[in-house]
Design a protein around this ligand. Structure first.
Ligand SMILES: [Fe+2]
Length: 272
């Protein structure tokens, strides 16, 4: 019998103001790849884009139950940049949970957002919502590519085993699938890491969706039949792919509505 305390979970200890909604339906707002940093010509534009996005999310009716950030929150990992981001995100009405990307520094992110490292990784589950959320750390200081080592695989295995019957969504930075519209579709140094993750998802069949960042573009596919998506970078100057005229200059985020069996997603343009 697994010790429940062995796996770190967030419930009330989230960053953000809202209370966790225990009733269906559930709405997730996803933002990603903000790449906030000082000293670039685009620095102020990126900060402003994040600020306008927070305003736009706060104006949604109904409100999302939770906001997730799928990494590359800052560009270069500087602690001061996390404080800038936190100052803006502290205005969100709903609870907020991040995972790191390759441009993040996991210790600095954990410090700024009061995240507890688990075996050195930002990996945790969020209970209390109709769909359980599990954040996965796919970063390594050695490379910009993704990594999902056996330690993290085992942490995820334990987390999934803890609530084997409950629908669960994973969120992570590097997509563990080929983004075929990219010039560089495979973003893990060892693709075996992705195979191991896929095998686990077959063993534990409660995972309903994989929400990813990193590719800076919209992409929809599946991992062994499980829906898997990426979204555009919030920062407009880094966005990849084609977008309609009215979205070209707007920060974009996504809304994912749980209908009881799957997530229905839409990309939302921020209107200033
Ligand atoms: Fe990025």
């Amino acid at each position: 019998m697994m010790e429940k305390e062995a796996i770190f979970t967030y419930e009330q200890n989230h960053f953000g103001k809202g209370e966790i909604n225990r009733k269906a339906p559930m709405i997730i707002a996803q933002i990603s790849d903000t790449h906030i940093c000082q000293g670039l010509a685009v620095s102020q534009m990126r900060l402003e884009g994040l600020y306008q996005t927070v305003k736009s999310i706060n104006a949604l009716d109904p409100q999302p139950d939770v906001i997730i950030h799928t990494g590359d929150m800052v560009h270069g990992g500087e602690l001061e940049d996390y404080w800038r981001v936190k100052e803006i995100l502290s205005q969100l009405k709903a609870p907020f949970f991040p995972v790191p990307g390759n441009q993040d520094d996991r210790e600095h992110m954990a410090h700024a957002f009061d995240l507890k490292l688990q075996e050195g990784f930002i990996q945790y589950s969020v209970d209390g919502f109709p769909v359980r959320l599990v954040g996965i750390d796919t970063t390594t200081p050695d490379s910009k590519m993704g990594k999902f080592c056996n330690n993290r695989l085992n942490l995820l295995r334990k987390a999934l085993a803890q609530e084997g019957e409950k629908s669960t969504a994973l969120f992570m930075h590097h997509p563990p699938f080929a983004v075929e519209t990219s010039k560089y579709p495979h973003q893990y140094d060892d693709w075996g890491d992705c195979d191991n993750l896929a095998e686990l998802l077959i063993e534990q069949d409660q995972v309903a969706h994989l929400f990813c960042g990193h590719s800076h573009r919209n992409y929809v596919t599946d991992v062994r039949g499980i829906p898997a998506t990426t979204l555009p970078s919030l920062s407009v100057d880094l966005r990849m792919g084609d977008f309609p005229e009215h979205q070209l200059k707007s920060p974009l985020f996504q809304i994912h509505k749980w209908d009881g069996g799957k997530f229905v997603s839409e990309t939302v343009a921020v209107v200033n």
